[in-house]
Structures are given as structure tokens and as C-alpha cells.
Design a protein around this ligand. Structure first.
Ligand SMILES: [Fe+2]
Length: 599
């Protein structure tokens, strides 16, 4: 059988990434930021592309699929530019990126990716790539498919029906209207200006009352499948908005207009005090997002007549809304692409070419996200030995037992195992783990390692078979993109992962998907009767760690207590040494100074 290798790319767009399909099976997927260490990096994913080929032991590729189509909606773009001279500059920027896209193969080959020389180049419209990333990765043979984001290729919503190996697009929403941009406007207004900060406003909303929904409803509405912004509240369509790419990290200037501030008041200054009013505003924006989202989904459900839905696009990372889909819509099954944001379009573009363009049958389901780099014990030990740290090498059973016990005793553990996750969530291979039963654990983690806003939740990983005992919904949530209500009687048992509104953004862990992580949580459950771990990403204001060296550096410079890396265990002792611990340590002291492992 001829091998068919398709390299998918999200290029010159936030969260640049690469993914590789070998005969229809995803073999590797990784964001460029994990290599170049620049968050949300938005250029050519050359290192990620090379990494995917190396991880897959592939030397040549037959197709390159880029999740952007410079020719998409040209007429609309031309009309818009012609009638709005002030957006010429933005259009010129887009043209520059389009030119880069056009010569992407040449740049990759000249950059050293010689295996791409003979590949056929395909351009896949941004939202078609989002849709393909959800449907063709899902377990469904037939489903409604919906993509909702800020913008991509001049669209902000696209929906249709997926059947077998075909996607049929039924509708879309064009620039300047966008539900994602509505949410971005309030995120910026509330003092979170960075690319991808929308999740912060979502976290803040849990502490507010939606007192301003009447005013917020004036900003956005939906008619059938058309999301309609009241453009008085915006300025992105006037040319007064810049997307800059300084240092490769995308940054968007304020999209809300002076009229927006007339109605909603003075924008919060970033890092200034957060008041109840800010929390209420966040809750109101979230409430209206949900109203529009569910109305749109219900319209699509009726039009398609289908009971399953596949979701992608940045708005599909809104886990608070996702957690209410069964309650608020007539859909009865849902698959959310775990990398629903733009990184996932590299997978989507490759799947689109495989099925929609080449007509190949489906044979793949994306059940996990472990498609990144892995490091064997030799590589890990070399890193540890060169750093001169003290560690113990254990059997698998021992590393599970010791780590579970250390977590139960209140230690914060860096857990570095197997292949790195693709997408925004650490799901048990590059994770920092802690005891969810401790009231103070959220504050300890925030003050010691994550240095982040106190209103942001920490999330639970729970054994799949135990999720119904703790959560009101029993529907699987393997990718941490659904927030469910925690049963009220269980909330006091797991305070560190119970958010302000009583929900938890959970990951349900199956034994056949991540056996090692499942065993660790199971062991923790045997010790504590709570088969749940607090799981946050292994990083400190940086992209998630990829290599053993990055993990060790993060462990040493933060006040993490333990590092379990492969089968090796490092424990910081109270005197600052990295030393072996043979007996359970005591619970951490909040007031102690940072500890440093010595070399
Ligand atoms: Fe997108």
C-alpha cells in the first residue's frame, strides 16, 4: 500500500502548529510555541513541522494542508477594502501574510524540511479546517458541525453537516460580525488585554451576578444562524484596530468603541483591583454569550435534525457554556475538539484534505491529545545527571505509590510522563498535581508557582467511573472542555477544584487512554477515598514544558516539592537540597521561604 503522509499547518496565525496524518492516523501534533518558547506564536511552524516528521519517523510527505485560504471570500474582502479606505492597512497586513502562505512550501524546504519538496500544497479555509478538526476526529458517523471563533478567513461562524467522510457547509457569518469578538471586547474592557485571555473573564464570571444583561444584549444578537453585532459598540471594522505580531506573539488592540465606554463605563486598568462590578460585568457577558450560542446551536439542531454535534473554534473552549449544552439545547451527544482554538486547525486541515479532497474513508478517532515529544529514560537521566541533582529511580508501581502518597501528604508534584499534550490543556503528561481536598491548596499553588489571578479555577482529573459520584453530569469530558456542577454534598470534599459557582472543569480519565495517570489517580483514591487530582499545566508563565530540561528548570526555580519524571523521583528537602524522601513528608508550610535544590 502506498503511504500517504499529510502535513497540516496552522501558519502565520495565533497558536501556529503542525500535525501529521499517516494513512489517516494522526501520528504527531504540536504547537510551535513549545519549541520556540514564545506563547501563542504566530509565524511559520517550521520546528513543529520538523518535530512531527521526526516523531513519526517520516521522511517525505505527499500533501501539505494549510488552514488558511488566501483566495477565500476574495470578493467580500475586496468590497470591504474598497468601501472602507481606513482598513487598507489591515488588508495590506493580511496580504503580506497571504504572500507568505503562498510560498510556505519553499520556505519549509529551504529551512531544512527537504521531505516536503515533492508535496502538493492545499489551502483549506480556516473554518472548514476547524469543522474538520471536530467532525473527522469525532466518533460520530453523522453530526451537526459548528465552528465559532473571533475571525478566520473573514468568517466567524461556519456550520454544516458531517456524514461519513464528507462535510457539507450550510451557513456562515462574515466579517465584521462575530460572537468571539463580542467576548473579546468584554475581556479587553475588563483589563485582560492579551491574546487568548478570554478564559480569564470566563473564570471571573463565576463570582458575579449577571446584572447587566439588558445592556449587554444590545451589543450582540442572533437571527437564525446569523450572529449580528451592534457595530456602534465596536471599532474593528473601522480600521482603528491593530493586530501586531511583535516578537511573534500576537496582540490585538482594543476592539470596543468609545460608545462602548459611554454605555459600560471606564475600562478596568490591567492588574488594578477587581471589583464586584467587574465580576458582574463578566457574568453578564458570559450569560449573553450563552444565550446567543445556545440559540444558534438550537437553530442548527432543528435545521440539521441531528442529535450529535461537533464543536471547534475558540468559542468552543468556553467550558462553562459547553457544560450546559444538554440542558439548553436538543443535542444529545457532543464532541469538542480538544484543540478547539486555532492550533487545532493544523489537524483539521490535514483531515479535510484526507477525506473531503482525497475522498479517503475515515479510520481515526481523536481520543487523546498525547501527540507531542516524548523522552526515554536515558535522555531523562542524562538531564538529571548533568544537573547533578539527587534522584531515585523506581519501578512503575513504586513511582505511582510514592507520588500518590506525596500528593496526599500535601506536596505539589510536577508530573512529566510520556508524550506531551497537544492543545491548551495539560491532561496528565505535563501536569502539576496537588491534593484537591485541601482548602488552602489553591492559594498555595497561586502563591508558590502559578503566580496568577486568584479567581481562576484549578481543575480536577477524575476517574471516569467515579465522575457521576462527584458531578451532576456523567457524560465523558476527556479533554477538560466541559464544566459540570459538582454535587453540592461533594463540594466540601474537593474545595481546591470547586470553582466560585460550584462547578468543576473536569477531565475524565479512562484506563485505556492514559493508563499511568489513571493508576496514579486510582492509587490516590485508595489512600484518600477521593479518586480526583487537582491538575494544572506544568509551566510558570511560559508555554507548557516540553523537555526534561525545561521540567527540571521549572521544578528548581519554583516552590514545587516533588518532580516525578519518567520513573525518577526528586524531592526537595526542607534544607533546600534535592534529596530522597523515604517517609511521607508533612503538609507544606505556607510561610516557608522558597526552597532550592542544590547541585
Ligand atoms: Fe479560528
Amino acid at each position: 500500500m502506498l503511504t500517504e503522509n499529510i502535513l497540516g499547518l496552522n501558519a502565520y496565525h495565533g497558536d501556529s502548529s503542525a500535525a501529521l496524518l499517516v494513512n489517516g492516523q494522526l501520528t504527531a501534533a504540536v504547537e510551535e510555541e513549545r519549541y520556540n518558547r514564545i506563547k501563542h506564536w504566530a509565524g511559520l511552524p517550521a520546528l513543529a513541522a520538523a518535530g512531527c516528521m521526526k516523531m513519526s519517523a517520516v521522511e517525505s510527505i505527499q500533501h501539505i494542508a494549510v488552514s488558511r485560504d488566501p483566495s477565500a471570500r476574495l470578493l467580500e474582502k475586496a468590497l470591504r477594502v474598497a468601501t472602507t479606505p481606513s482598513i487598507w492597512r489591515a488588508a495590506a497586513n493580511r496580504a503580506v501574510n497571504s504572500a507568505k502562505i503562498a510560498q510556505i512550501k519553499t520556505d519549509l524546504v529551504e529551512g531544512g524540511l527537504h521531505g516536503a519538496a515533492g508535496a502538493k500544497l492545499h489551502f483549506v479555509e480556516h473554518h472548514r479546517a476547524h469543522m474538520a478538526s471536530a467532525f473527522f476526529a469525532s466518533p460520530f458517523d453523522e453530526a451537526a458541525v459548528v465552528s465559532v471563533d473571533g475571525f478566520g478567513d473573514f468568517s466567524s461562524v461556519m456550520w454544516g453537516v458531517g456524514r461519513g467522510n464528507k462535510l457539507d457547509v450550510r451557513g456562515s457569518v462574515s466579517f465584521p460580525h462575530s460572537l468571539g469578538l463580542f467576548y473579546t471586547a468584554f475581556t479587553q474592557f475588563l483589563g485582560f488585554p492579551k491574546y487568548g485571555d478570554e478564559y480569564k473573564m470566563m473564570g471571573l464570571g463565576a463570582y458575579g451576578e449577571p446584572r447587566y444583561t439588558a445592556d449587554v444584549r444590545r451589543v450582540v444578537r442572533v437571527e437564525d444562524d446569523q450572529v449580528i453585532l451592534n457595530l456602534d459598540f465596536f471599532q474593528h471594522h473601522t480600521g482603528n484596530v491593530n493586530m501586531t505580531w511583535e516578537g511573534g506573539e500576537p496582540e490585538l488592540s482594543a476592539v470596543f468603541s468609545p460608545y462602548f465606554t459611554e454605555v459600560f463605563g471606564t475600562p478596568r486598568v490591567p492588574r488594578s483591583e477587581i471589583t464586584q462590578q467587574h465580576m458582574d460585568m463578566a457574568a453578564s457577558a458570559q450569560a449573553v454569550l450563552e444565550e446567543v450560542y445556545f440559540k444558534l446551536l438550537n437553530y442548527i439542531q432543528k435545521q440539521s435534525g441531528l442529535k450529535a454535534v461537533c464543536l471547534a473554534g475558540g468559542v468552543a473552549l468556553n467550558c462553562v457554556a459547553n457544560g450546559k449544552i444538554f440542558e439548553q439545547t436538543s443535542f444529545r451527544d457532543v464532541y469538542v475538539q480538544p484543540a478547539a482554538h486555532d492550533a487545532g486547525t493544523s489537524i483539521g486541515a490535514a483531515l479535510y484534505v484526507r477525506h473531503q479532497v482525497l475522498g479517503q474513508p475515515r479510520s481515526f478517532e481523536m481520543k487523546h491529545v498525547y501527540y507531542g515529544e516524548a523522552f526515554d529514560d536515558t535522555q531523562i537521566k542524562k538531564t538529571l545527571d548533568e544537573a547533578g541533582v539527587v534522584y531515585e529511580t523506581l519501578s512503575e508501581v513504586e513511582i505511582i505509590n510514592r507520588t500518590a502518597r506525596l500528593i496526599a501528604d500535601g506536596n505539589i508534584v510536577g508530573w512529566f510522563q510520556g508524550r506531551m499534550e497537544f492543545g491548551p490543556r495539560a491532561l496528565g503528561n505535563r501536569s502539576i498535581l496537588a491534593d484537591p481536598r485541601r482548602h488552602d491548596m489553591k492559594d498555595i499553588l497561586n502563591s508558590r508557582i502559578k503566580l496568577r489571578e486568584p479567581f481562576r479555577p484549578f481543575c480536577p482529573s477524575v476517574l471516569r467511573q467515579a465522575s457521576g459520584e462527584f458531578f451532576e453530569s456523567n457524560y465523558p469530558s476527556p479533554f477538560m472542555v466541559m464544566a459540570y456542577n459538582i454535587r453540592p454534598e461533594q463540594r466540601p470534599r474537593i474545595p481546591a477544584v470547586t470553582h466560585g459557582d460550584g462547578t468543576g472543569r473536569l477531565q475524565t480519565v479512562e484506563p485505556d487512554v492514559n493508563p499511568l495517570y489513571w493508576k496514579l489517580i486510582n492509587r490516590f483514591g485508595e489512600i484518600t477515598t477521593v479518586p480526583i487530582l487537582l491538575n494544572t499545566s506544568f509551566n510558570e508563565n511560559e508555554p507548557i514544558v516540553q523537555t526534561p530540561q525545561q521540567a527540571l528548570d521549572c521544578f528548581l526555580r519554583t516552590r514545587m516539592d516533588v518532580l516525578a519524571i519518567g520513573n525518577n523521583l526528586l524531592v526537595k528537602s526542607a534544607n533546600g537540597d534535592s534529596a530522597n524522601v523515604n517517609s511521607p513528608s508533612s503538609a507544606p508550610d505556607l510561610n516557608r521561604p522558597p526552597r532550592k535544590a542544590t547541585t
